[in-house]
Design a protein around this ligand. Structure first.
Ligand SMILES: [Ca+2]
Ligand SMILES: [Ca+2]
Length: 284
């Protein structure tokens, strides 16, 4: 049998590529190898009826092989895990830190504290570095998706940002961890990260929120929402310990959005919040 060039691929794919060879060259293969198939078979089929049975068996094998190949390709190419920080930091610039990052991540804001997705808006502007103000002095390597309209105190909030650098960055009076994602709400609305599901099924959702800035008065309130439904929530007191969430087998349909929100808990000063999220498809 002529060896297909693509048959040199490794391990698991070898079988399926051989199956593709069968499928692509089916007629020739049937004709050229029928006798070899028949006479090498343990039953050693010799008569005419046996030859017909051999043909039918060969055709069944082709059908089964094609189906197996299509199923293999489908599951081999489908992404089943999404990490917020890995997705956003992949290219260290707007190529990966972009609306629709990795096909799923979005950066939004609201103008009220109501968890109503119909009112959420995409943050429109990308800055590198984030726009400095009276208290924060951002450095190259720390880009933000940031409200371009400053509030009455001069702060462009909400924002979602990343530290692409491999060292802690002190841009105010505290450090932003290396290779991390952070958000900050405004005085009137939520900072929101959305994950738009590419699949229909079950997903496991885990991650954390952390208060990065120990100054200020109040901490923040966080939530994980499916649409407008609260799946998990908590309050981190100012300077308090990070809080984690872990949700198993959340049912989701393709196009439905999970929202990871930060509310300023009345006072929005010093509400820089670290965040990471991992979403994994449940496969059986
Ligand atoms: Ca704080
Ligand atoms: Ca606060």
């Amino acid at each position: 049998m002529t060896r297909s060039p693509i048959g040199k691929t490794r391990g698991f794919h070898r079988l399926t590529i051989r199956q593709v060879y069968f499928a692509l060259d089916s007629e020739n293969l049937v004709n050229q190898n029928r006798d070899r198939f028949l006479y090498s078979h343990p039953c050693h089929l010799k008569n005419q009826e046996s030859r017909k049975e051999g043909d039918r068996a060969m055709k069944k094998l082709l059908v089964v092989s094609c189906v197996a190949f299509l199923v293999t390709v489908h599951f081999a190419s489908a992404q089943t895990k999404w990490s917020l920080s890995k997705s956003l930091l992949q290219a260290n610039n707007q190529v990966s830190f972009n609306q629709g990052a990795d096909g799923v991540w979005y950066f939004l804001q609201s103008k009220t504290f109501v968890h109503n997705p119909r009112t959420y808006e995409l943050i429109t502007t990308y800055y590198e570095p984030c726009v400095s103000d009276a208290v924060s002095h951002w450095v190259d390597g720390m880009p933000c998706w940031q409200n371009p309209v400053p509030d009455s105190a001069g702060y462009r909030l909400p924002l979602v940002g990343i530290n692409t650098l491999f060292t802690t960055q002190v841009v105010k009076n505290f450090g932003f961890p290396p290779r991390s994602v952070f958000m900050h709400p405004s005085s009137t609305g939520l900072a929101i990260i959305g994950w738009k599901s590419p699949l229909t099924g079950l997903v496991n959702v885990s991650g954390f929120f952390s208060d990065l800035d120990p100054t200020g008065s109040t901490g923040v309130k966080w939530s994980v929402d499916k649409g407008s439904t609260r799946l998990a929530s908590g309050t981190i007191q100012n300077g308090g310990a990070p809080q984690t969430f872990s949700l198993a087998s959340v049912s989701i349909t393709a196009g439905q959005v999970l929202y990871f929100t930060i509310d300023p808990d009345r006072d929005y000063a010093s509400d820089s919040t670290g965040v990471d999220v991992t979403i994994t498809a449940v496969t059986h």
